[in-house]
Design a protein around this ligand. Structure first.
Ligand SMILES: Cc1ncc(COP(=O)(O)O)c(C=O)c1O
Length: 425
């Protein structure tokens, strides 16, 4: 068996080669060497590859074969040019706040193609999106029904349902247990009754978000099947047809050497069955399915790159201290939903041809041992001034991180498309 250092390191290097391009010593994104991008925009930086985002979108659209519309979940990466890119591919947008609504509108989204979910929508947010126009509000609780009823203006809405435990899937589970997200499946009848008696709310669909980082195609499809069955039940309870069945997001990407990518062929193979299931319920005859992934569309396209500020040795461990750490990339430090800390794939983007066999622990500049981006990984013999890149960083990166903690400067964010660098933040 390969030793753990080499296994983890080779995972990062194999991933870098499959997602991007390696030319000699250089990892290249969109045809440009990472080191030259950093020399222009400074370190640390998030670098996103537009081509890779489009590729992820097209792969998913191909697997779905027209069965479901794709809405990009803006929380994964709310930078306007990223949202615009997915709009350009044909996506709608799923938002979780007025801030994301404004970003979607600024990116050019048609209000009708925006869905608003989230357990704590404030009255002011609801008023603003209803005023500006919104495709659907996904109602998450009785208070929200009351809030929308009291706003009084007509709204299309879906009921968000927290499914029974039997259909729990994914890593960070957001459905199937006690959660603040949506109505428990067990109280569906009361939810449907309350929504359908509010005269300004038009019930158009249901929404089920089972969990994130799902790599098991059978579990994903099982969740979708359950959501379609729930939609049929809700339509029958309401006594009216539904027009949308939002199956949620949660499609995973491989972070760790033990992860296998989601099998999109298996997802594609299940589509005829899911289509038949929708077709078997007369009240869903005119309904369209929706998926709302974030991580799958944006995650693989992004790198977080930082210069090494210092190299130090402590009791046999070689530490590479970067200019940024969990303040820029909380997820890579394992403090955003990971139960057991495992390393995100890291590479040396300007030393790709060198053997990555020197054990190193990659840390950030914060005064806490939590600020560890990769423990006991394998990297070349790097020095202060060299670069380290964390892969799989296009989703839940900068905007999911405590950027003000210790008041370090924020990293640049750039989108590379057609051989050009667009500074996006
Ligand atoms: C309601 C909802 N939709 C979509 C997403 C996107 O999830 P993912 O990035 O796992 O696809 C999330 C993530 O938390 C969510 O809460």
């Amino acid at each position: 068996m390969a030793d753990p250092v080499n296994r983890a390191a080779s995972h990062g290097y194999a991933l870098a080669e499959s997602l991007f391009e390696v030319r000699g010593d250089d990892l290249c994104v969109g045809g440009l060497a990472v080191r030259s991008i950093v020399s222009q925009v400074g370190s640390p930086a998030y670098i996103y590859d537009g081509r890779q985002m489009r590729r992820a979108y097209r792969r998913l659209a191909g697997a779905l074969g027209g069965f479901a519309s794709i809405y990009y979940s803006a929380k994964a990466n709310p930078a306007e040019p990223v949202i615009r890119l997915f709009l350009d591919e044909g996506a709608g947008v799923e938002i979780a706040s007025l801030g994301e609504y404004r970003a979607a509108i600024a990116a050019g989204a048609a209000p009708d193609w925006i869905l608003f979910a989230g357990p704590g929508k404030r009255r002011q947010e609801l008023e603003a999106v209803i005023e500006g126009g919104i495709g659907e509000v996904h109602i998450e609780g009785m208070d929200e029904i009351e809030r929308i009823r009291s706003i009084g203006r007509p709204v299309r809405a879906s009921i968000r349902i927290n499914p029974v435990p039997a259909v729990q899937v994914g890593a960070m589970r957001m459905g199937g247990k006690a959660t603040a997200f949506g109505f428990d499946e067990e109280e569906l009848e009361a939810a449907v009754a309350a929504v359908t008696t509010a005269s300004n709310i038009k019930l158009v669909g249901i929404h089920v978000y089972g969990g994130t980082q799902i790599l098991d195609a059978a579990a994903l499809v099982g969740g979708w099947r359950h959501a379609i069955e729930l939609a049929g039940r809700v339509a029958r309870m309401a006594g009216r047809p539904l027009s949308t069945v939002d199956l949620g997001g949660g499609l995973g990407i491989p972070y760790y050497s033990s992860d296998r990518p989601l099998d999109l062929d298996a997802v594609a193979a299940a589509i005829p069955d899911l289509t038949a299931l929708m077709g078997s319920e007369p009240l869903l005859a005119g309904a369209r399915a929706i998926v709302e992934p974030g991580r799958f569309l944006a995650g693989e396209a992004g790198l977080y790159v930082s210069e090494i500020n210092a190299v130090k040795q402590s009791r046999g461990v070689r530490f590479l201290v970067l200019e940024g750490g969990m303040n820029h990339h909380l997820a890579a430090s394992g403090n955003l939903g990971q139960v057991i800390k495992r390393n995100y794939p890291v590479v040396a983007p300007a030393h790709m041809a060198a053997a990555a066999d020197l054990p190193a622990t990659v840390v950030g500049p914060l005064c806490t041992p939590l600020d560890t981006l990769a423990r006991d990984t394998g990297l070349p013999d790097l020095r202060a001034g060299d670069l380290v890149a964390v892969l799989q960083s296009g989703a839940y990166g900068l905007t999911a991180s405590p950027v003000n903690f210790l008041s370090h400067p924020q990293p640049a964010e750039v989108l590379v498309e057609d051989g050009r660098i667009h500074l996006i933040r």
